[in-house]
Ligand binder design. Structure first.
Ligand code: URA
Length: 237
């Protein structure tokens, strides 16, 4: 669980307690939508203690449990909290300097489902190699697959410069050179390296599922939403 530490800046408090990013929280402050102890407050840096009553649009705001989000990651963003060269998924979501963790990274050019939370245990249950949380991708290859590749994936094999063989992965053809692949690990560039070892180049990679959580088809690239309670419990599926 995330632990809220007081005193806390007002914009951080609002970002913790609501679905607003810090940037949207500051906008709400500028729009005079926030009161502290019945006074309209516009200062994002105002220090809030546990004794203060904060209201947004006339509703009391309280620190609640941890946050859980799914993001449809577009190309061009890195899965990091900060990066000197490229925009991060947190920049995209407007969560600058936030304490959300990314539950399983995607490469800059990979698109699709990214889960984020400030619940450390939950994130760990997704990324811990011991938990073998399944991740499913759709990959566009430069050539079709054959039975030998499907078998290699399902048996596991040793990647270049590694010692431990890959765990069994499921691979099936969709149409043309498009395939669906499910792996229970998260090694560096794993999907691309597994295909490269089988003589195939991954031209596009898109993640559609993590554990039992599927990328919401209503989300456009760059959009995100809070996970439902059922989805939060679905990571181990
Ligand atoms: N495997 C890869 O090679 N890249 C990703 O982004 C995710 C899995």
């Amino acid at each position: 669980m995330s632990s809220a530490k007081f005193p806390m800046r007002l914009d951080k408090f609002l970002a913790h307690a609501t679905e607003l990013s810090r940037e949207l929280a500051r906008r709400a402050l500028r729009g005079k939508r926030v009161t502290v102890n019945d006074e309209v407050v516009k200062s994002a840096s105002l220090s809030i203690t546990i004794e203060d009553t904060v209201m947004l649009d006339d509703e009391v705001v309280e620190i609640r449990g941890p946050r859980y989000f799914m993001l449809y990651k577009p190309e061009g963003y890195v899965c990091a909290t900060t990066d000197g060269d490229y925009p991060t998924v947190l920049d995209l979501m407007g969560f600058d300097g936030d304490d959300l963790s990314i539950a399983g990274r995607l490469d800059k050019d990979t698109t699709g489902l990214v889960l984020l939370s400030d619940d450390g245990q939950w994130v760990h249950s997704i990324i811990s190699p011991r938990r073998e949380c399944m991740k499913t991708y759709v990959a566009e290859l430069d050539a079709p697959i054959d039975e030998a590749i499907v078998q290699r994936f399902s048996e596991g094999f040793t990647l270049r410069n590694e010692v431990k063989p890959t765990r069994p992965a499921m691979l099936r053809s969709l149409q043309g050179q498009q395939v669906e692949v499910s792996i229970g690990e998260g090694r560096y560039h794993q999907v691309k390296r597994m295909f490269a070892a089988c003589g195939r180049h991954v031209e596009k990679l898109h993640r559609i599922k993590v554990g039992g959580i599927e990328l919401d088809t209503a989300l456009a690239p760059g959009e995100y939403r809070a996970l439902t309670r059922a989805e939060i419990g679905d990571v181990s599926s």
